[in-house]
Design a protein around this ligand. Structure first.
Ligand code: NAD
Ligand code: UDX
Length: 463
């Protein structure tokens, strides 16, 4: 079965880049990405490619190549569903904020809405692809909604989790480590799996396309994120021990990473992991384990989150302690707000957590991030902390560039590992700040040796 029309519901960080790459690599397939958020769709259609709603290196070129040819962004959800043979669901699946499972379970209301909308609109057979990250066995619920339309339309549900990381989304999509496709092991299920395999086979080598049953595919996504986050929490736990013992966490990471069984990636100690996926997906895994009565499994994975909270907390506390236990009225600079470099995404960024703690101590924050706006920073603080509105309005100062940023600052904290921070003239910065001058490098990106030579008191993570 050859797919000619794809619809993707959800034009976010996953739906947009993923569909742009499919369209670029499969010019014979029409790809329509739909979203309820009209402003987001307008931004995807903006003639000025710097206004795309997602900042990802290389994405503008891919969108420019395919948009208007076989890649379309639209708010006409029903029309796109009705035309497509294959529908990707790529809507958000945040942690539930109400009811049972509050604070842990995935909120599947958007997924269910999509399934109901597909069921209501479809008059021809469809393959429905779960692109969103979902709890294991969600396909069962989707299928149950789709199969009860009573109009004779046949649906196949596939799981095709997305493994891209933000900041490298385009490269990850063009050259994925693997593509995972789960489906029912029936003749119809296998035809659906093959149809999706054929889409990816336009650019992904056959040996990198894995097919499994539905539940393995759904569970693999949560497991992959749990393992990755666990590596970060593991190295972060060792970073604290390094600070006590004189060991250096970068040296330890290098030494263990050269063991081919361990490998060198995801061993950078930091102020703590952020992003929309790690915490949400582990909490979800914990919730699922508990719901099956697997208390030890749940506790084991929960520890990854607890260690991450501890790491963010101790970074903030260290700033307070080193600044003579009082930061009231002191100007503290945040270099970076995004949860990692090369993205404008701030969801679950460690910066939000650290800012909250420092503002509670009455600090004055001066924040600069090359891709994050003042509006976004203030909205993060409003939505995700209990700080009073006047604290956010009066004590948080967001800079569009580094002009006057460093003037009379009491401390500089690096929250995101943007490359440009490494290129700053730190000798001149030293002259501008209040003495003694403190740098807290939450990403270990600056040269300790150089900064100390310029006169800074320099604190890294794990050394
Ligand atoms: P996002 O919030 O950026 O985008 C989701 C979009 O879906 C929003 O624009 C929203 O308006 C839209 N939407 C919600 N319900 C809708 C409906 N009924 N009809 C039309 N549009 C609707 O989310 P995201 O970061 O793209 O994540 C999407 C999914 O992919 C999540 O399950 C996430 O866990 C998973 N995922 C994310 C990443 C990542 O790096 N962000 C990576 C892998 C997997
Ligand atoms: C993650 C997964 O990597 C990706 O496969 C999945 O599809 C979505 O979730 P993402 O959250 O976009 O991707 O970025 P990632 O590179 O995994 O970083 C997550 C967080 O961990 C960031 O805050 C990053 O700074 C931090 N991190 C990562 C570290 O602190 N140290 C490391 O060694 C690696």
């Amino acid at each position: 079965m050859k797919i000619k029309n794809i619809c993707c519901i959800g034009a976010g960080y996953v739906g947009g880049p993923t569909m742009a790459v499919i369209a670029a690599k499969c010019p014979e397939v029409n790809v329509t990405v739909v979203d309820l958020n009209a402003a987001r769709i307008d931004a995807w259609n903006d003639a000025d490619l710097s206004k795309l709603p997602v900042y990802e290196p290389g994405l503008d070129k891919i969108v420019e190549e395919a948009r208007g040819r076989n890649l379309f962004f639209s708010t006409q959800v029903e029309e796109a569903i009705s035309k497509a043979e294959m529908i990707f669901i790529s809507v958000n699946t945040p942690t539930k904020t109400y009811g049972s499972g509050k604070g842990q379970a995935a909120d599947l209301k958007y997924i269910e809405l999509c399934a109901r909308q597909i069921a209501a609109v479809s008059t021809t057979n469809k393959i429905v692809v779960e692109k969103s990250t979902l709890p294991v066995r969600t396909a069962e619920a989707i299928k149950s909604i789709l199969d009860n339309t009573g109009n004779g339309v046949q649906f196949q549900v596939l799981s095709n989790p997305e493994f891209l990381a933000e900041g490298t989304a385009v490269a990850d999509l063009l050259q994925p480590d693997r593509v995972l496709i789960g489906g029912e092991q029936t003749p119809e299920g296998k035809i659906a799996i093959q149809a999706l395999v054929d889409v990816y086979a336009s650019w992904v080598p056959a040996e990198k396309i894995l097919t499994t049953n539905l539940w393995s595919s759904e569970l693999s996504k949560l497991t992959a994120n749990a393992f990755l986050a666990q590596r970060v929490s593991s190295i972060n736990s060792i970073s604290e021990l390094c600070e006590k013992t004189g060991a250096n966490v970068s040296e330890v990471a290098r030494a263990i990473g050269m063991d081919s069984r361990i490998g060198p990636k995801f061993l950078s100690a930091s102020v703590g992991f952020g992003g929309s996926c790690f915490q949400k997906d582990i909490l979800n895994l914990v919730y699922i384990a508990r719901s099956y009565g697997l208390a030890e499994v749940a506790d084991y994975w929960e520890q990854v989150i607890l260690m991450n909270d501890h790491q963010k907390n101790r970074f903030a506390k260290k700033i307070v302690r080193e600044l003579y236990n009082t930061i009231s009225g002191k100007k503290i600079i945040f270099l970076g707000w995004a949860f990692k470099k090369d993205t404008n995404d701030t969801r679950e960024s460690a910066a939000i957590y650290v800012a909250n703690l420092l503002l509670q101590e009455q600090a004055e924050l001066a924040i600069y991030d090359p891709q994050v706006s003042e509006k976004q920073i203030k909205s993060d603080l409003t939505l995700y902390t209990d700080l009073d509105a006047d604290v956010i309005a009066n004590r948080v100062h967001v800079y569009k560039n580094t002009d006057n940023l460093f003037e009379a600052a009491h401390a500089i904290a690096v929250l995101t590992e943007w490359d440009e921070f490494k290129t700053y003239d730190w000798a001149t910065i030293y002259k501008q700040v209040t003495k003694p001058a403190f740098v807290f490098d939450g990403r270990n990106i600056l040269s300790k040796h150089e900064l100390i030579e310029f006169g800074f008191k320099y604190f890294a993570i794990g050394s």
